[in-house]
Ligand binder design. Structure first.
Ligand code: BGC
Length: 952
């Protein structure tokens, strides 16, 4: 017998060990929803997703190590936190429970999971987070700036005037005596900033530090600038721009509001500190203070809505170099900006997320050129030009062309949306990208270009909050595919620090109604966890003292009558709820709980404790009733009926959220409230005999003062039924009959939809829920006005604000349409995607964060034979696809590790189904439910599975 050597023995043991150990591996480690972030949350939440090749795999325990140095990231050494082996299947929202975290502390962490058999998997790779400045006195810097507005002449513009002061530039030379081991820049501004070191921009962010109620909180950013600093002299530079703080906001100018700009304060200011640790262990801190110098440079006008003018001749030659003499510059002014609540920006910043090349250039008779970018988007262009000093290139942005080829700019209203570059005459050519503005556009009109431009002279830069893409959707239907692309593009164009209504005209505000209706779709397409963490705070900050949430957040007084509106104000409850649902986020509920309770109390008071709103309850608003089913077609759904349903709806959401944060009495209270509202609703708005929804239309008189009030009001509308069904206001029998009423209304309307902002999302799901899936598909595929397909037939590359925003080749109709409110990039109607994902692909969360979910695709009889969708949830990637070939249906699904799905497989009979080529009854341990109404129910754990069935 051969004697085993020590080494063979060892490798044998090792081999056995590897076999025995689990392949379960944590991956994609995140802290507060971000990868390796800077944060200021003292109890950060950690998450990971799990990888394993084993089916039905799940986690039974985990262990997290957190250490102050990567070398200490070992069991027994981790100095900040060792969670020890903790039993449980939780992989997200795991709250750090280690030593208190200090300012500037860098934390290294990793995690290990145990699988369903109790076997340990491998440790994950390590990840980090780093704490920002947690204490007020960590900030040693002062607010600096320079007010140049006094000698600014107003510019006449569209019968009004614009006031666009030049941007201050700020400068400070520093010297570093040693080699740099670590350097951090902590920076914020009132207004927008661009910070450079030796002429090179720090970071890649735009529009920083974002828009908040600056009087309540102001965000700062942190950058690792170690690589940008060596021993020797350096120049710290900053440019400031008014931004949302002191620039123009919304339609204030249009409507003649007494204040049109500088809603917060007039003078932008910078606060920054550069903290350096040298290799010898010494530290230095370079603050903003009175030793900085200030001047104006090339940026002579700058505003988010109106664009920028840059005169390259005015840039002080060499100001980014250490040997530049700034003695003749003014000293920077110390700005008295009061006490500010400084917090670290909690989301992905606005960045360039894509680059777009023009597809065509048209020459206009007057010598201008119009560049067609081929896609409507939000962002900027980079200009490349060669010419003489003083040549002036003017770029004007628009989303559409008139049929005669002119750039359409009426729909921008008072937004000048124009960038101007004045050349310095560099023989090598010049390049320029604006820094503090953005536009919503597909076309760029170029005037004054020195010679004939080519496509290479303009590059489109897509800007938006850099939320990771987590959704995909495709079919074999080109129009539906285009619709999906349009939805995604519209989201990208409007998720710019806050969820805006539109990116082009003089508005771009965080309209709450739009955001609440779109939140579900948003979270399927992109990881908006951090984005909405930020905006939900903006919402609470903007809550009125009397409890209502506003029309838009942040909410400077752009128009004094913009107060609150049913269906808009409920964003204060719906958006936190959507965040909870998508990510299992209970902290967002806890931090907003008091605000949300206050809102519910407002509802109670406003409804006089009657649990419903009779007609005319919101006649005190302007417009009366609020915005109602905004941009619907035909008779209006009574805003008070919708208000009642929204009141009941948010009461139910509050009950669910109360439960989730361990408040059983409040949960009970809100459940009862929801019940009472539903009963009161039915008593007032439901005709008991024929189960039609009704209203007393006479209560609205001639409708004057109500949005589209002249159309008259009816309870018997598509939007009324769609909401009553979708928001669960009816019992099963009533629901069924309401579904028939809804279907009948659509038939009477020539098979077309008539819904607005408060009905478009609910319509198709309500049809599907009541057995009218065929009609839902018909509405989706319709290409006649009004429909999603109509937009696409007319060339849309984004979702329009109105169902008839544009009619190709119909100049007459166009002339009547292009009024002041016609955005081509408005995501609200894109909320139909919820139905596409939930019903066409069939993926619906059961428990929050897709811990358990259903896959139940609705297969249409015709026109669509293939659908594939996926969503990277906080638990990992879920996918569902199906393909119909003759009488056969092929399905493929993926279920992430540590989750479970309930699958509904359409088939003639259970014997007509195979899974991975074997009949279902031949699979051992398969959790088969019943075969019911042509569908086989299966419960599946993680893995990828293929099915084949006969469906005809
Ligand atoms: C915005 C909308 C918003 C609305 C209120 C509009 O001007 O663009 O999307 O919700 O006003 O009805």
């Amino acid at each position: 017998m051969k004697i085993l050597t020590f080494w063979t023995l060892l490798s044998l043991i090792f081999c056995i060990n590897t076999k025995a150990a689990s392949d379960l591996t944590p991956d994609y480690l995140r802290c507060e929803y971000l990868e390796n972030p800077f944060i200021d949350e003292k109890k950060p939440r950690l998450s990971w997703i799990l990888k394993s090749e084993v089916r039905n795999q799940y986690q039974t325990a985990y262990r997290i190590l957190v250490a102050s140095k990567v070398e200490l990231l070992e069991p027994g050494k981790a100095d900040l936190w060792d969670s020890k082996k903790t039993i449980g299947d939780i992989t997200s929202q795991v709250v750090y429970q280690g030593k208190p975290l200090k300012s500037r502390q860098k934390c290294y962490w990793k995690v290990q999971s145990w699988d369903k058999k109790g076997q340990a998997g491998k440790w994950s790779d390590w990840a980090t987070w780093e704490m920002g400045l947690l204490e007020e006195d960590d900030w040693k810097s002062q607010w600096i700036g320079k007010d140049f507005s006094a000698n600014t002449q107003p510019i006449p513009y569209k019968n009004k005037e614009l006031f666009l002061p030049p941007s201050p530039i700020l400068r400070k030379k520093i010297a570093l005596a040693n080699k740099v081991a670590k350097a951090r820049l902590y920076v914020t501004s009132l207004g927008l900033y661009e910070y450079k070191i030796n002429g090179k921009k720090v970071g890649v962010d735009f529009l920083a530090p974002g828009w908040t109620d600056y009087n309540k909180r102001l965000y700062y950013n942190v950058y690792d600038v170690t690589q940008q600093l060596g021993q020797g002299e350096h120049v710290l530079q900053a440019t400031l721009s008014p931004g949302w703080y002191s620039g123009y906001i919304g339609y204030a100018l249009l409507i003649g509001n007494p204040v049109v700009r500088a809603f917060y304060e007039n003078t932008p200011a910078l606060k920054a500190q550069l903290e350096v640790t040298f290799t010898n262990g010494e530290t230095a801190i370079f603050t903003t203070n009175e030793q900085w110098k200030a001047a104006t440079g090339g940026l002579i006008e700058s505003d988010i809505l109106h664009g920028e003018t840059f005169d390259a001749r005015k840039v002080p030659e060499g100001w980014s170099q250490a040997n530049f003499n700034d003695e003749h510059w003014d000293d920077a002014s110390i700005i008295n900006a009061g006490k500010r609540n400084l917090q670290l920006y909690p989301a992905q910043p606005v960045q360039v997320t894509d680059v777009i090349e023009p597809i065509e250039i048209h020459k206009r008779e007057n010598g201008d050129y119009i560049f067609d970018m081929g896609q409507n988007f939000a962002g900027l262009v980079k200009l490349k030009v060669k010419g003489k000093a003083g040549d002036k290139v003017v770029l004007k942005f628009g989303e559409m062309l008139h049929p005669d080829g002119r750039l359409m700019d009426e729909n921008l209203r008072m937004a000048r949306a124009t960038d101007t570059y004045i050349l310095k005459g560099d023989p090598e050519g010049e390049e320029w990208t604006p820094a503090f503005t953005y536009h919503g556009f597909q076309y760029v009109q170029v005037s004054g270009f020195p010679d004939k431009p080519t496509k290479g002279n303009i590059t489109g830069l897509v800007l938006g909050s850099n939320t990771p893409r987590v959704g995909h959707f495709e079919t074999d239907h080109p129009m539906v595919n285009q619709l999906y692309q349009n939805i995604v593009w519209t989201q990208r164009a409007n998720f710019v620090d806050i969820p805006t209504d539109c990116p082009q005209r003089d508005e771009r505000m965080g309209w709450t109604g739009d955001a609440q209706t779109y939140a579900g779709t948003a979270a399927i397409n992109m990881d908006v966890s951090a984005f909405f963490t930020k905006w939900i705070q903006d919402l609470h900050d903007a809550q009125w003292e009397y409890g209502a949430y506003p029309d838009y957040a942040p909410a400077p007084p752009v128009r004094s009558t913009d107060t609150y509106a049913p269906g808009w104000m409920e964003a204060g409850i719906i958006n936190p709820y959507e965040q909870f649902k998508a990510y299992g986020d209970t902290r967002i509920i806890e931090t907003g709980w008091e605000n949300m309770e206050k809102f519910m109390a407002f509802h109670y008071k406003k409804s006089k404790g009657a649990y419903f709103y009779p007609e005319g309850s919101f006649a005190d608003l302007n417009p009366k009733g609020g915005y109602g089913d905004w941009l619907s077609i035909g008779k209006k759904t009574p805003p008070d009926m919708l208000a009642t349903m929204y009141y009941g709806h948010v009461a139910s959401l509050m009950a669910e959220m109360a439960d989730a944060i361990g408040k059983p009495e409040r949960a009970m209270h809100f459940q009862n409230l929801a019940k009472k509202i539903k009963t009161a609703f039915a008593a007032h708005y439901l005709n008991e005999e024929n189960l039609r929804l009704k209203t007393d239309a006479t209560a609205y008189g001639d409708g004057a003062g109500y949005v589209d009030g002249q159309m008259g009001f009816s309870g018997n509308t598509q939007t009324a039924y769609a909401n009553a069904i979708f928001l669960d206001f009816l019992d099963d029998n009533q629901k069924h009959i309401a579904g028939n009423h809804l279907a009948q209304l659509i038939h009477e309307n020539d098979g077309k939809l008539a819904t607005g902002f408060l009905g478009a999302k609910q319509l198709l799901p309500a049809l599907s829920a009541t057995g009218h899936s065929d009609l839902a598909y018909q509405l989706l595929l319709n290409e006649e006005y009004p429909s999603w397909g109509f937009e696409i037939k007319n060339g849309a590359t984004t979702i329009w604000e109105r169902w008839d925003s544009y009619v190709k080749d119909n100049p007459e109709k166009m002339a009547s349409l292009n009024n002041g409110m016609n955005s081509f990039s408005h995501y609200a109607f894109g909320s139909v995607f919820e139905w596409m994902f939930h019903n066409m692909a069939g993926i619906k969360a059961d428990e929050v964060a897709y811990k358990t979910f259903t896959i139940a695709p609705e297969i249409p009889k015709e026109e669509i034979n293939y659908v594939a969708a996926s969503h990277q949830s906080i638990h990992g990637n879920i996918s569902s696809s199906w393909k119909k070939v003759g009488e056969k249906l092929f399905m493929k699904v993926s279920i992430p590790v540590n989750t479970q799905a309930t699958l509904f497989i359409p088939a003639k009979s259970e014997l007509d189904i195979t899974m991975d080529k074997k009949r279902l009854d031949q699979h051992e341990n398969l959790q088969r439910g019943h075969f019911f109404e042509g569908k086989q129910v299966l419960k599946l754990g993680s893995g990828t599975y293929q099915f084949e069935s006969i469906i005809k």
